[in-house]
Write a protein that binds this ligand. Sequence first.
Ligand code: ADP
Ligand code: MG
Length: 625
Amino acid sequence: MANGKINVAVENIFPLIKKFLYSDHEIFLRELISNATDAISKLKHLSSIGEVKGEIGDPRIEVKVEKKNKKIHIIDQGVGMTSEEVNKYINEVAFSGAEEFLEKYKENDKDSGIIGHFGLGFYSAFMVAEKVEIITKSHKNAPAAHWTCDGSPEYTLEKADKKERGTEIILHIAKDSKEFLEEARIRELLNKYNKFMPFPIKFGTKEENLPLPKDAKEDAKPETQTVDNIINNTHPAWTKTPSELKDEDYKSFYRELYPMQFEEPLFNIHLNVDYPFNLTGILYFPKIKNDLSLQKDKIQLYQNQVFVTDNVEGIVPEFLTLLRGLIDSPDIPLNVSRSYLQADGAVKKISNYITRKVADKLNSLFKKDRKAFEEKWNDIKVVIEYGMLTDDKFYEKADPFMIYPTSEGEYLTYKELEAALKDSQTDKDGKLIFLYASNIEEQHQYIETSKDKGYKVLLLDSPIIAHLIQKLEGDKENIAFARVDGDAVENLIKKEEATVSKMSDEEKETLKPLIEAVVPIEKYTIQLEAMNSKDLPFVITQPEFMRRMKEMQQTGGGMMGSFPEMYTLLVNTNHELVGQILGSKTTKKRERLIQQALDLARLSQNLLKGEALTTFIKRSVDLIK
Ligand code: ADP
Ligand code: MG
């Protein structure tokens, strides 16, 4: 029997550990199981090089909860330790690590979000235990050792009579950590951190049906037997090579990762690189809804099959956090803050690699089966558009597969669009005008009018599209976007002959003040225009620039400051009703006509609401009475 004092400068290290790690107590189990896994890996390695003789079998780990005695056992069949090794690795190495850790984090406990990601090691056991025992028997021919420590720097180390090779850690759970004596809690932790670890982890037993005998009656109940309950899949899909896996295997792994997710992923990307950094993983494209905030934080980060976190911010490019799946890399430093992570060279390389793989995959899907790609477009466009907007590398790569759907059900690439519009949809300087609608329902009337005139209308309805348009216009010199209900439509060279005005200049001069007397001129700039007689009498357009700035503000970014609500009211002097307005006998009748025409125009811009809408309905009823 030996007594000793752990050589640490701090008199009692454990209250400090508790304090600093308050929110992450649960990781003790992950750390101890990781050590057990390491011990088995070492044993397998030693056996493979002949240093451990004989069969080693199929070593495993077992977790046991003894609620009554307030104990948790973590038992492995790994290399084990001699008492010299306990002295060295536990008393010296592990605790010097503890000290170093505390030194590093004493100052910045505010940044505690990162602490849970730090490999805390063996001493994290003291976050939940008031006493810890190690009973261990080395693979070498040496007596077993029994180490006990109650959280003060004093420990005891004596001989034990453990016969089989391996290590048992016994945690005497402290009063404030009773939650970990609940089986359900431990199962939850095993499921979170250890679901894909490489060696079998046993937790309790379960009943399993035996196969029915061949001559069994139809209503016969199968016999059951009690078997070990192994909680992990030791060979998860991402550790295999893509050639070993079928589409169905990827899908079933998706269900394993997200048991509560019923919708199938659209496609997957298998990541696999070992130089200049080590990274494996599978990313899935889910169907993405327009509410971006709900989608994030679904990618999981693992290190050597141990779950670390589902916050991959700073590691995976921002726009790809909309995807699902996991990445596994031992090369991501986790003991640093997020802002540092983004500046880290290795992490930057990893992030660029992921971006490139995703772009390549999209490109090959597009090339291989364009039709299928088009069908998925609505579900994946947000990721692509978001990526183009925020990641210049991706922007460059996305050009060949970024798709612009039209109101006619076509899906055109930029190149194809350019070719289609070059002779038919330009302004007077030869710039291509990309007419677009952001909402088919609300802008229906404008879309129809544009289609009637023979223009192509794009359907661009993502929440971030205003930002992307701004970027595309800045990047590509010869295009301008114009929303169908915006004033920029005016820049289009008209296809039809300039419509001849039916109204004389004199009549127009009389008309304008009459309209201005009814329409609130602080909101509407009135413009008389000889349009097609089939167009509406009054048409409202919004200044393209102003509307875009507003949209960009709503989704973050863009210019600051508030923009006034300003519209242009086009009065179609060729319309019969406008003629009637000019010719009406009484002021009352004229004002009613103007008001009605204005409200109809507002209605088609979705601007008629509340009291104004009620008044409009009343007036309309009066008119048809
Ligand atoms: P790390 O795992 O990063 O080396 P730990 O504090 O977790 O740090 O563990 C310290 C050392 O204690 C390990 O490197 C290993 O040598 C030894 N050790 C811990 N747990 C076991 C175990 N279950 N079996 C054998 N050795 C162990
Ligand atoms: Mg460890």
